[in-house]
Design a protein around this ligand. Structure first.
Ligand SMILES: NC(=O)c1ccc[n+]([C@@H]2O[C@H](COP(=O)([O-])OP(=O)(O)OC[C@H]3O[C@@H](n4cnc5c(N)ncnc54)[C@H](O)[C@@H]3O)[C@@H](O)[C@H]2O)c1
Length: 309
């Protein structure tokens, strides 16, 4: 258990993340920070009042400033505006870059030793903003997207094959957007290559649905976007870090030559442990997968050019 984890942004993703962190007792104190007066305090208090029922001892504290967050060992950044129907992730870039910049300055000042898990969209660009503004080493700035994209892919596969989600091993790499790269060559069902269990047409349809997984939820909700699975993804990463699990999860990492790319965040297999990003794992890709990853990298670089830091 850590002493203190801060979640910035007490909206749908942030508040659900705080509740999950507390239920898993990953820290003694979870601090919820938001700019809207009363919201982090009210949600934090409501969550703390669920402790006797759920049986956790983690205190949840809400605040509009970073005083209670001081010294946090882990910070999850969910501040920003969420995607609205018809809005692409890239439309969000300028607004959220400004928000994440302000948040990163506060993290640097109040939580200088923290590992930061970024969730705000457009994810790969917001990771870059966080890294640039905090000046933290790449081990300490990691983005959550691949875990969510992979979870959606696994859920759709489990449903189509009528098997347990636990038996689906898969990995979705690349940027968090329509150009993400589900790796079919690394998708298996208890070790059986998925291509032996499903037709190419069916698999292609699932890959397509995964790529549009976020938009599918937005279409249903009409206002707001997904948060149950996204918060579960952030907490799975937090758990791997807090408990030094050395889990291999697809996360956005600052590439320094891996996959032949440099100076951008992109979803790749990462080993997560107590130091944060312990290692980027390079896997062999087919020529199609490599081309798709490069295309995805370009889709990340493009909005980076629009942001002035
Ligand atoms: N990476 C992913 O896979 C993924 C998945 C889902 C959502 N997201 C992103 O996560 C973010 C949050 O989504 P949500 O559904 O919780 O949105 P939301 O609108 O419910 O919550 C966002 C919160 O951020 C707060 N905020 C704004 N500026 C702030 C600042 N400077 N400091 C602190 N808080 C601030 C707002 O007041 C609001 O409470 C969005 O950018 C969304 O696109 C990412």
């Amino acid at each position: 258990m850590l002493n203190r984890i801060t979640v910035v942004g007490a909206g749908n993703v942030g508040a659900t993340t705080a509740q999950r962190l507390a239920e898993q007792e990953l820290a003694r104190t979870v601090v919820l920070v938001d700019v809207v007066e009363g919201v982090p305090q009210g949600k934090g208090l409501d969550q703390w009042e669920s402790a006797p029922i759920e049986g956790f001892d983690t205190r949840i504290v809400g605040s509009n400033d970073y005083g209670p967050a001081a010294g946090s060992e882990l910070v999850v950044v969910t501040a920003g505006i969420a995607r609205k129907p018809g809005m692409s992730r890239d439309d969000l870039v300028r607004t959220n870059a400004e928000i994440v910049k302000q948040v990163s300055q506060q993290i640097k000042q109040h939580c200088p030793k923290a590992i930061v898990v970024v969730v705000s969209n457009p994810l790969d660009v917001m990771c870059w903003v966080t890294k640039q503004v905090t000046g933290f080493a790449r081990e300490r700035v990691i983005g959550m997207a691949g875990v969510l994209d992979t979870a959606r892919y696994r859920a759709f596969l489990a449903e189509a094959l009528d098997v347990s989600v636990e038996d689906i091993q898969a990995m979705v790499l690349g940027g968090h957007g329509d150009t993400m790269v589900p790796l079919i060559s690394y998708t298996s069902v208890s070790g059986i290559p998925v291509t032996q269990l499903m037709t190419k047409e069916k698999l292609d349809a699932i890959v397509d649905r995964t790529r549009n997984g976020g938009a599918e939820i937005v279409k249903h909700l009409k206002t707001g976007s997904a948060y149950y699975a996204p918060s579960a993804g952030a907490v799975q990463m937090a758990e791997a870090i807090v408990n030094d699990q050395r889990r291999i999860l697809p996360c956005a990492a600052w590439l320094q030559g891996e996959y032949g790319m440099k100076d951008l965040f992109l979803g790749v297999p990462c080993k997560l442990g107590r130091k944060g990003l312990e290692k980027v794992i390079e896997v062999e890709l087919t020529s199609d997968e490599r081309a798709a990853l490069e295309k995805s990298a370009e889709a990340v670089r493009e909005p980076m050019r629009a942001v002035k830091l």
